[in-house]
Design a protein around this ligand. Structure first.
Ligand code: FUB
Length: 465
């Protein structure tokens, strides 16, 4: 092979650096989630905004129109493709994504392509306190402005590029007008619990076509309003040998000084068989490890789908496992919390039952609650029955939460209920279609009060938007 002359070698180097030199290692940066605006470092006073569904960098001032302020406000959420990166959701529910390297605003299709194109990983920016947003699927490209348009450009190691691709996260230009989800972003099937006086929330991660997310996060709060994100607590990929995706509907219970997480999982995307498993941890925020190395309830072992587990522990210390889609089952758990006697499984399917069993006890009465209809249907809703024991028999009492179209609330369901540690105060966590652009795979989690009438029946739950 002929040796290159120095001049040729230099010119190749220059060409490579102009076209696609990998970005130098930059430190990952953590962003606060929630509503924010993004101000340009190179053009202070100009902010990232969308106009006609395209990303731009425009001036925003306090005297500007409400529309411009809203278009320059984004909610920083859990990355649609990765929990260690971020996505940016506009007030109209659409997400910033790149397509043909142009940054634009579109609805989350839930596909791997969309989720990757709408996920950005934060690294330190050109000046202190600023960040730069590297593309999740094109790590050498960063979100930058050019002629005041937003593009995804290959990193160039120049002062100009670094400044044009750096932003300061500021207070949001548009004030929050509604309560919104309790944790920003797309989550569903929340299990809420109180351990030692602190509230914990364990949802399904949403926004995936066919609900294919592989991981669970945990959140905690002292006031049910401000929630701390504890990150990923179980990831089917590395942590569960028999499940890859469909990380659905976790439920966590404290027992024996440990925390048990019951969950559902599928072998691979497209495989409709879902099994039910159990993981264990010494902390409510994980990490959890698969307790058995195999499912606790295998797909097909009982009628219906083996999903949506929930554990209720009675005053005598006996725990019961409830689960099922299409059919509702219950069985007493053995003291180890990870096994049961198959001969003791009972099927307790009430009329209208679809999934998401939840059981609580108040003043000696057992309340068996569930979701009706399909989670993709705006008529998804919550109903309940009462009974004299954890096994029933159950008397159906009716629907307590359903859609409120005048408030933009569709498909509220798959809930859980928690009692305040020292009073007869109850809260219900549930999901609904994300407001305003959600659907059955783009859902969000909220929490409302749940009250009881004097006769012990549950009062209709009043959803707050
Ligand atoms: O989130 C996936 C599935 O959707 C849950 O397991 C069901 O309860 C429904 O909410």
């Amino acid at each position: 092979m002929p040796r290159r002359t120095g001049a040729v070698a230099l010119s190749l180097l220059v060409t490579a650096s102009t076209l696609a030199l990998p970005a130098p290692a930059a430190s990952a940066a953590a962003l606060p989630t929630g509503a924010r605006s993004l101000e340009s470092v190179s053009h202070p006073g100009r902010f990232v905004r969308h106009l006609d569904y395209l990303g731009r960098l425009d001036p925003v001032t306090s005297g500007g129109t409400a529309q411009v302020k809203q278009d320059a406000t984004f909610t920083v959420v859990n990355g649609l493709a990765s929990p260690s990166c971020y996505s940016f959701q506009a007030a109209n529910g659409l997400f910033l994504r790149h397509r043909d390297y142009r940054v634009r605003l579109e609805a989350n299709a839930g596909t791997a392509q969309f989720r990757a194109d709408a996920t950005f990983c934060a690294v330190t920016g050109s000046v202190t306190g600023s960040v730069s947003l590297a593309s999740f699927n094109f790590p050498d490209r960063r979100l930058r402005h050019r002629d005041y348009e937003l593009w995804l450009d290959t990193y160039q190691d120049t002062d100009r590029f670094r400044a044009d691709s750096s932003f300061r996260l500021t207070a949001p230009w548009a004030p929050k007008t509604a309560k919104g989800p309790v944790v920003p972003g797309l989550f569903a099937d929340p299990h809420i619990a109180n351990f030692d006086g602190r509230y914990y929330l364990y949802p399904t991660t949403d926004g995936y076509a066919s609900w294919a997310s592989p991981y669970y996060k945990a959140f905690s709060s002292t006031d049910l309003v401000n929630w701390t994100d504890h990150g990923v607590i179980l990831d089917h990929g590395p942590d569960v040998s028999w499940a890859d995706d469909s990380a659905w509907a976790p439920a966590v219970v404290a027992r024996n000084g440990r925390y048990y997480l019951y969950f559902s999982g599928g072998a691979a995307t497209g495989d409709t068989a879902k099994h039910l498993g159990v993981a264990v941890s010494d902390s409510p925020t994980g990490p959890f490890r698969d307790a058995l190395g195999r499912p606790l309830v295998r797909a097909g072992a009982y009628p219906g789908q083996a999903i949506d587990p929930m554990v209720f522990t009675d005053d005598d210390g006996q725990s019961y496992l409830y689960w099922g889609n299409g059919s509702a089952h219950v069985v007493p758990l053995n003291a180890d919390m990870v096994s049961f006697d198959p001969a003791k499984v009972r099927t307790i399917t009430p009329s209208g039952y679809r999934e998401a069993s939840f059981v609580l006890k108040r003043n000696g009465t057992y309340y068996f609650m569930w979701s009706e209809n399909d989670t993709r249907d705006e008529d998804y809703r919550i109903a309940y029955a009462t009974g004299p024991s954890p096994l029933g028999p159950w008397t159906k009492r009716g629907v307590v939460l359903q859609k409120r179209l005048e408030l933009g609330i569709k498909g509220p369901g798959h809930h859980s209920v928690v009692k305040a540690p020292t009073s007869d105060t109850w809260h219900v966590a549930y999901h609904r279609f994300a407001v305003p652009a959600g659907n059955g795979t783009n859902r969000e989690v909220t929490v409302d009060r749940m009250t009881f009438n004097a006769d012990g029946t549950i009062a209709p739950i009043v959803p707050t938007p």
